[in-house]
Structures are given as structure tokens and as C-alpha cells.
Design a protein around this ligand. Structure first.
Ligand code: SF4
Length: 386
């Protein structure tokens, strides 16, 4: 009875929002009104319309349109995952200017985990009910191709039930370079070792102008997209990200999303889009932290623009818990997971508390008046907490 009451109550909230958005669009004038009408009709926005939302729409307008789309796609459900992030090393040859995590081998902060340590972390995750490990790190000059393959293989051998989401397109590009193998051959080797999915990191911003400044040596946008295209063709699902809030323009944010939208039209292999707010501490690029309004607007506009993506993630590690919670009513339907340990964004200054318990995530989602759904890597529900 209690559950039924909640479902009726939340369904009521859903219908009220739908009517409110229709009224809001009716009251709006000019191009913003025609954009709103397109959203209500389920039509795709152009590049110019996406840019216009950044420059001219206020937060409440984009948030309402985004949540309208989100509730049509995901109802009142919001997702989380019980997982662990493992960053096996911070030694990295690329030394991107925006990065506060990667260091040279001689840096006193440099570390490298032994395989046993990685397996111990997977075991801890497994014992607390986690069935996903997310593995990304630096790119050490001395690692051989086999290092990347064997980490996946050994995890899968020891914990066959754990879903291994490992190595960004940047790491896969590097593996291809050091082995002389094609992207497809590398991905097949990883899949044979037990790889289940690929995370979305490394996209940063596709604009060549900005990429040359913030990450001059890492894989190019075309290479990132080609690796994801190849993974999708092999049936390996992937995520997509965008690092925003550094040097890019609004036009470059929409251009980035448009390239992802085109690839998604072609393959349908992206599971989720994750806007990642830039954190300026401890790196060469510096600058300022994005505002919460910018964070929320970027999430909302990505929900509106990426009509062929099922999920938009409010990554609580970069946004903080409170903004992530608010974002669940502004277009986002996922807050990622328990994480346990994360070094990359924490090196850049985020103060998000680590090691969220499942109960805390459930509470966070309930606080947004959404129904928490524990999911696996592929957005299959494991449990619903009405
Ligand atoms: S962003 Fe990634 S590739 Fe660039 S320096 Fe940091 S760890 Fe290395």
C-alpha cells in the first residue's frame, strides 16, 4: 500500500510537470518558444538552437524542457550503481595541461599498484555487493601492451561475475601504438581477456583549437570517435564524456555534443553522456571552477540536445552531492555510483566525500523525489527502492 501510494504520488508529480512545461512554452516568445515547441513535439534541435539555449535561455527554462524529456524517457526513475573506481597508476607520458592527476615517473607523488592490490580492491567491492569495476589511469612509459590486457584478464579470472569497464579511448589508442595492432585487434584482445565495456574518459573537448592547448599530445577527437565506433561495431558498449568549463566556447560544447550525436545515430552504442566539470587546482592550466548554474545548464542542454542518448549522468564526484541531486530534476537520470576510491578528480581539488554507501545514494535520489534504481553497467535494473 505504501509503495502504491508513492508511485501514485510520483506519477502525479510527473503529470503536473508535463502540464507546467506546456504552459511555460506557450508563455515564451521568439526563437526560445519555437525551440520549446520542438522539444514538446519530440523534434531534434539544430546546432544553432543548441548554442542559443546556452546564450539566451535561463536555467529554469532549459531545466523544465530537459526534465520534460527525461521523464518521457526514464519516468521517475534515477539510477545508481554499486561500483569501485580503480586508478592503477598516475604515471603518465602525456602531461595534459588541464590534468592534476598524471605525473612523471620521478615525481614523489608517482605510484603504481601491483596486481595483488588491484585484485584486493576488486574483492572489497565484490564483498560489499558491487558488480562493476571502472579502471582508468595514467599511461606509464614503461608499461607494455600485456600490462593492460593482464589486468583485465586477472580480474575476470578471479571475479567472473564482476563487470569490467576498463581503459579509455586514450589508453586504447596508446595500446594500439605500442603494439602495432589496429583498434579492432586491441579491442578483440581486451574482449577475449574479459572486457565488458569502455568508459567515456579522454574525450575532453573535441575542438582542435582547445585540444591543442589543454591536451596537445593525447589522441585526437577523430581517434577517440573511431575507437568508440569500432567498439560499438564489436558489440562493446561505451560511455561518452565532455570536459567543460576551461577554455571552450558554448559553440564548442555544442559541436562536441553534435559529433557524439552523429556517432550515436550511426551505431547506437553509447549508453550515457557524462558532462564533466573542469576542476582547476594543481595543474598548469589553472582558471576558475564552473558555477553551479553553468553545471546545471550544461546537463539540461545536453539532455535536450542529445535526443538519441537514453541517459545523462550527473557525476556527483565532480558536481558535488547537492548539485547532482538538483540535476536529477533538470534532465539527469543517473548519479553514478559508490565509487569507493577516486584519485583523478580529487587531485584537481574536488572535496566530494568518497566511499558513498548504497544507503546514502538511495537517500540522495529520494531527496530529489525520484525512485532509486540500482543498475548494472548496462542500465539493467538490479533493484528498485520505491
Ligand atoms: S588527462 Fe589522462 S592522459 Fe592526460 S595527463 Fe592526465 S592521466 Fe595522462
Amino acid at each position: 500500500m505504501n509503495i502504491l501510494f508513492h508511485i501514485i504520488h510520483l506519477r502525479g508529480l510527473y503529470l503536473i510537470l508535463m502540464l507546467e512545461v506546456e504552459k511555460l512554452v506557450e508563455k515564451t516568445e521568439g526563437t526560445l518558444r519555437s525551440i520549446g515547441e520542438k522539444v514538446l513535439e519530440g523534434k531534434r534541435l539544430s546546432f544553432e538552437e543548441g548554442v542559443k539555449l546556452f546564450y539566451e535561455a535561463d536555467l529554469s527554462y532549459v531545466a523544465s524542457l530537459a526534465e520534460y524529456i527525461n521523464r518521457k524517457k526514464n519516468g521517475m526513475f534515477a539510477y545508481f550503481v554499486v561500483n569501485a573506481q580503480i586508478n592503477p597508476t598516475n604515471i603518465c607520458i602525456y602531461q595534459c595541461n588541464f590534468c592534476s592527476f598524471g605525473v612523471t615517473k620521478s615525481d614523489p607523488k608517482a605510484y603504481e599498484m601491483k596486481l595483488e592490490e588491484i585484485l584486493r580492491k576488486v574483492e572489497e567491492t565484490y564483498k560489499m555487493g558491487g558488480r562493476e569495476v571502472h579502471i582508468v589511469g595514467g599511461i606509464p612509459p614503461h608499461w607494455e601492451y600485456e600490462n593492460y590486457i593482464s589486468i583485465v584478464k586477472e580480474i575476470k579470472k578471479a571475479f567472473p561475475e564482476v563487470i569490467v569497464k576498463a581503459w579509455t579511448a586514450i589508453e586504447i589508442h596508446h595500446m594500439s601504438k605500442i603494439s602495432g595492432k589496429s583498434y579492432e585487434e586491441v579491442l578483440l584482445d581486451l574482449r577475449n581477456a574479459g572486457l565488458d565495456a569502455i568508459p567515456g574518459g579522454g574525450a575532453e573537448i573535441f575542438s582542435e583549437r582547445v585540444r591543442k592547448i589543454i591536451a596537445p599530445y593525447k589522441a585526437k577527437a577523430e581517434e577517440y570517435l573511431e575507437i568508440h565506433r569500432t567498439a560499438h561495431k564489436l558489440g562493446i558498449p561505451t560511455n561518452a564524456t565532455m570536459l567543460y568549463g576551461h577554455l571552450e566556447t558554448f559553440e564548442e560544447r555544442i559541436e562536441h555534443m553534435e559529433r557524439l550525436r552523429e556517432l550515436q545515430d550511426e551505431t547506437g552504442g553509447f549508453q550515457v553522456f557524462i558532462p564533466l566539470a573542469y576542476w582547476p587546482e594543481g595543474n598548469k592550466l589553472g582558471g576558475k571552477r564552473t558555477s553551479s548554474v553553468d553545471d546545471l545548464k550544461t546537463i539540461a542542454i545536453s539532455r535536450i540536445f542529445l535526443d538519441n542518448f537514453d541517459h545523462i549522468k550527473a557525476y556527483w564526484i565532480t558536481l558535488g552531492e547537492k548539485v547532482a541531486q538538483v540535476a536529477l530534476n533538470m534532465g539527469a537520470d543517473d548519479i553514478d555510483g559508490t565509487i569507493v576510491e577516486e584519485k583523478i578528480v580529487h587531485s584537481a581539488g574536488t572535496k566530494s566525500a568518497l566511499g558513498h554507501t548504497k544507503d546514502k545514494l538511495i537517500k540522495l535520489i529520494r531527496g530529489a523525489e525520484k525512485i532509486p534504481v540500482e543498475r548494472d553497467t548496462f542500465y539493467r535494473p538490479i533493484a528498485i527502492y520505491p
